[in-house]
Design a protein around this ligand. Structure first.
Ligand code: SF4
Length: 143
């Protein structure tokens, strides 16, 4: 039986696409790989942003870098390209789900979702983060 596809934030796979050129590799990557056909995507890079890049946060419907550059269009473009079932990086202004930084660049968290997560939710696509990825593993292992 073929494995189901799973869109996954590329930085969770160990790819250095984070704004600061680092990654967020998760410990259970091999386990996920055994259960799913992983499709790594980084919406910010898909949207045309370079790595490394200035950190950005959501401020209402806009996304702005710490040095006041509006990157909303790049975030929206990347989100459009990432429409599929998703496991997303928590807190990111693209992939965040549940909590994101509040737009003040002070590491303050508020309830909210990133630009890509918002678009995926609008299309009824289920989202997991690295915080509940074990549920996703259990879900497919129980089949
Ligand atoms: Fe990771 Fe998503 Fe940020 Fe790209 S946009 S670095 S995949 S959290």
């Amino acid at each position: 039986m073929s494995k189901p596809n799973l869109l996954i934030s590329e930085c969770l796979c160990g790819v250095c696409c984070r704004y600061d050129g680092d990654h967020n590799k998760i410990d259970c990557l091999e386990e996920l790989q055994s259960l799913y056909n992983l499709i790594p995507v980084c919406p910010e890079v898909l949207g045309g942003l370079l790595t490394p890049r200035p950190p950005a946060e959501r401020i209402g419907d806009r996304v702005q870098t710490r040095n006041d550059i509006d990157v909303t269009e790049q975030f929206k473009g990347g989100a459009e390209l990432a429409l599929a079932i998703a496991i997303e990086k928590a807190k990111s202004p693209s992939c965040g789900y549940g909590e994101i930084y509040d737009g003040t660049f002070t590491r303050t968290l508020v309830n909210g979702v990133g630009v890509t997560s918002e678009l995926l939710l609008q299309h009824n696509i289920q989202i997991y983060t690295e915080k509940n990825v074990q549920d996703l593993i259990k879900y497919n292992s129980d089949d």
